[in-house]
Every structure is written in C-alpha cells, then in structure tokens.
Design a binder for this molecule. Structure first.
Ligand code: CA
Length: 228
C-alpha cells in the first residue's frame, strides 16, 4: 500500500481523489492549504504527492519548488487551466506530471500508478545490496545475521559491524586506529585493544582455523585486511 498526499483546497475534489486512490489500494492524507501540505510532507514518508496549482496563500508553484528541495518522490500537479501547464513546464524543478481539471479519476489513478512504478524502478537501482556473499560467508544486512557455510553464527553488534566493514571493502588494509574510529567512534571510551579483542572473537566464529585465518588477515605492523 502506498501513501499519497493530496494538497487540494476544494474538499469535493480532494475527497474524490482520495476515494479513487483508496479503491485502488492506496492510503492518502488531505491538506487543504499549501502550508499544511508542506508540514505533512515533512512529517510523513509519502510515496507520491498530488498537488493543486491554485491554492489559497502559498500557491502550487512555490509548494512544488519547496517540496522538490527536500523530496525526490513523484509530484503530480493538477490545474484547471491548460496555459498553466506550459508555465510550469518552464520551471527547472517542476512537477513530474500535469493533469488538467476536470479530469477522469481513472486517468488520475492510472498516472499515479505509472509514476509509482517508475519511481520504484529508479530507486531500486540505487538501493544498497542487502546481503554480502564471499566464499563461505553469507551476511544478511537486513536481519543482521551471519551464516558460515550455511550455519548461523551469533555475532555481537560491534563484531557484526566490523565484519560488514571488512567484507564491504575486500583487500583494503585498515589500521586498528581506523577501525576503532569507524566502528566505535572517535569520542567513545575504550582503546584500540578493543579492536584486537573483537577481531579475535570474529575469527573464532568465522574461521575454520583461527590461527590461520582465511578471511581477516593480519598485516604485521599495519593492521588487517579482508581477503576475498
Ligand atoms: Ca484550487
């Protein structure tokens, strides 16, 4: 289910849009002024915004620009005048689509659906990987689980973070100081011997022979490196 924000001062139209979206499985909130719309957009994670151009107070142009400064979700602008569409197109950071009033609600729903799909594809491409597989290691980043040769191993939070840092940067040499700073933060208590202790713990869990590690290797006098 997608969440849609409708910014529209004519309640009759806003409710019509909401009803059609709901029938098609989307939930929506209605804002009847631009200010209210901006406030709701800041406080909630919407998937798409339907924005009326003619609003009391701050108009749709300004709202669109302000929304664009902070959001990259699709914005569909609704306007009563055809000429306005040409004006809006002139803006660099305008809406993703324009719908002229009076519109056929099914048409609106179809465009909403098309933009949601397009946006999902776009975002999906840039999405971070949710797992790392290297040799016998399988790190599930979403559930924070680790499997070694398909057997689940329990790691503590910092051990997991350390392993992910290594596995995300194979062949890179990290000094103990760098690891401590990256995982524990420069202001945290403790000292870099913590790093040594944690790496020993990780090795006990992931290596077949702790004394002859095949994943996290010691680079004497420098630090550690994760071997791919
Ligand atoms: Ca209006």
């Amino acid at each position: 289910m997608k969440k849609i924000l409708i910014i529209e001062d004519e309640m009759r139209i806003a409710e019509l849009e909401r009803d059609y979206l709901e029938v098609n499985g989307h939930s929506s909130d209605i804002a009847t002024t631009g200010e209210e719309g901006l406030k709701l957009a800041k406080e909630n994670n919407y998937d798409l915004i339907i924005l009326d151009l003619m609003l009391p107070g701050v108009d749709g142009f300004d709202i669109c620009r302000q929304l664009r400064d902070r959001l990259d979700i699709p914005i569909l602008m609704v306007t009563a005048r055809k000429e306005d569409i040409d004006t809006i197109r002139g803006f660099d950071r305008g809406a993703d689509d324009y719908i002229q009033k009076p519109f056929n609600p099914s048409e609106l729903v179809a465009r909403v659906k098309a933009h949601l799909t397009r946006y999902e594809r776009l975002v999906g491409k840039n999405r971070q990987p949710n797992e790392i597989r290297i040799k016998g290691l399988h790190i599930d980043l979403e559930s924070r689980r680790l499997y070694v040769n398909e057997e689940e191993k329990e790691l503590r939070a910092k051990e997991f973070d350390l392993l992910v840092l290594f596995a995300s940067n194979p062949d890179r040499v990290f000094t103990k100081e760098e690891l401590f700073e990256r995982i524990w933060g420069i202001d945290s208590f403790g000292d870099i011997t913590t790093v040594t202790v944690h790496i020993r713990k990780i090795r006990e869990k992931v290596e077949e022979v702790s004394s002859n590690p095949k994943y996290i290797q010691t680079i004497w006098g420098v630090g550690y490196r994760f071997k791919k």
